[in-house]
Design a protein. Structure first.
Length: 367
């Protein structure tokens, strides 16, 4: 209910239309709002709702009369930073059965969205919104224990914005933020490595940089975390001998379908370091340090040459301090090259976009 008042208040300001609210965050309870004025609807919501058990939330909202012909669904952004709201948006996409769904932009500050409907709130509507939020239990605005406040400035916009998605796009957006939860299947090419102009340029620049750094093609390279093989394929096509590793079952299946099973393993970077069974001229650690807890794992890799790519921000904040600090006894930085600069790019084509941070290559040699 908090988010109905925060993000969907303009939808309630439709006195001639029936509105059915599914409170997915409160155990899936529903509230029917008959045709009536906004203030009356807010009063009804405040009176008829009470906290439920979030664990009792249904796997999908019950359609019931909300699925009637001509009904329009309004739901949370499946890329919302708040996990409960994002999950409810995903469930709405699955339950809608082809009916139109508009998603509130909500609290998703990493990305911008192709908004197709916006409701600027005038002073009257803002007054109703703020008054309603101030009548909620105080802990929702102040936080309770270790929980953050549920109502903050960013979640009470003065212009409520909405965008439309197909079911597959909703699943894709949810995956990009919540992949570790395992609620959705892996979408095809989830990061656009084969389709985005930016990503294709980054892959091509990385391939050229690896060849130039090695000085030719008669070399062996191990590429941990090869994903679907967007980088592995051009590296092999350039003449390099590349062993690709990918621990994720679905990505490894796609990788083997693309390149065959030769020189393909499920090893993590930590397993490569502990087993040391793939010595190579170089280890290419491309955009994987975001997922590595301890950088010192590289000390045990069976190679004297590390080729590392990452965003400029991550290199400055994490990698360079480690290689000039704890790692300087075993490694020395011998090269740095900008592969691609930052650029605005779509995450989901035509729907969500953001600033991608660019990529820098580091050459590190063992002392």
């Amino acid at each position: 209910m908090v988010d109905v008042l925060s993000e969907f208040l303009s939808i309630l300001d439709s006195p001639d239309e029936k509105v059915r609210v599914v409170l997915t965050g409160l155990g899936g309870r529903t509230v029917e709002l008959p045709p009536e004025g906004l203030e009356a609807r807010v009063e009804r919501l405040l009176r008829e709702t009470a906290p439920g058990d979030p664990a009792a939330a249904p796997e999908a909202p019950v359609l019931g009369p909300a699925a009637e012909d001509g009904a329009v669904w309004w739901a949370h952004n499946p890329a919302d930073w708040r996990a409960e709201q994002a999950r409810s948006g995903l469930l709405a996409a699955r339950a809608a059965g082809g009916h139109p769904v508009r998603y509130a932009v909500g609290h998703a500050g990493h990305s911008q969205f192709a908004v197709d409907r916006a409701h600027p709130l005038d002073g009257r509507l803002l007054g109703v919104k703020l008054d309603a939020l101030n009548r909620l239990p105080p802990e929702l605005l102040s936080g309770e224990g270790e929980r953050q406040p549920q109502v903050i400035t960013a979640t009470a916009p003065s212009c409520e914005q909405f965008f439309s998605l197909g079911p597959g796009q909703a699943e894709h957006l949810y995956y990009l933020l919540y992949a570790p939860l395992g609620h959705v299947e892996v979408p095809p090419d989830p990061w656009g490595l084969d389709t985005s102009a930016y990503e294709r340029e980054r892959v091509a620049a990385t391939t050229r940089w690896v060849r130039e750094t090695l000085g030719g093609t008669d070399f062996t390279v191990v590429e941990p975390g090869a994903c679907e093989g967007a980088l592995t394929a051009p590296l092999r096509a350039s003449g390099l001998t590349v062993t690709a590793t990918e621990p994720h079952d679905e990505f490894r299946r796609r990788l083997s379908g693309r390149l065959g099973t030769a020189d393909l393993t499920a090893d993590t970077l930590e397993e490569l370091a502990s087993k040391r069974h793939f010595p190579a001229d170089a280890y290419l650690l491309a955009e994987i340090f975001y997922y590595i807890d301890d950088i010192s794992v590289v000390d045990d890799l069976p190679t004297d040459l590390l080729l590392i790519t990452s965003s400029p921000e991550f290199i400055e904040s994490s990698l360079l301090p480690w290689f000039s600090g704890p790692g300087k006894g075993k490694w020395r930085l011998t090269g740095r090259h900008t592969l691609v600069p930052p650029r605005m790019d779509f995450l989901v084509e035509g729907v969500a976009y953001q600033r991608k941070r660019g990529s820098v290559g580091l050459v590190c040699r063992r002392n």
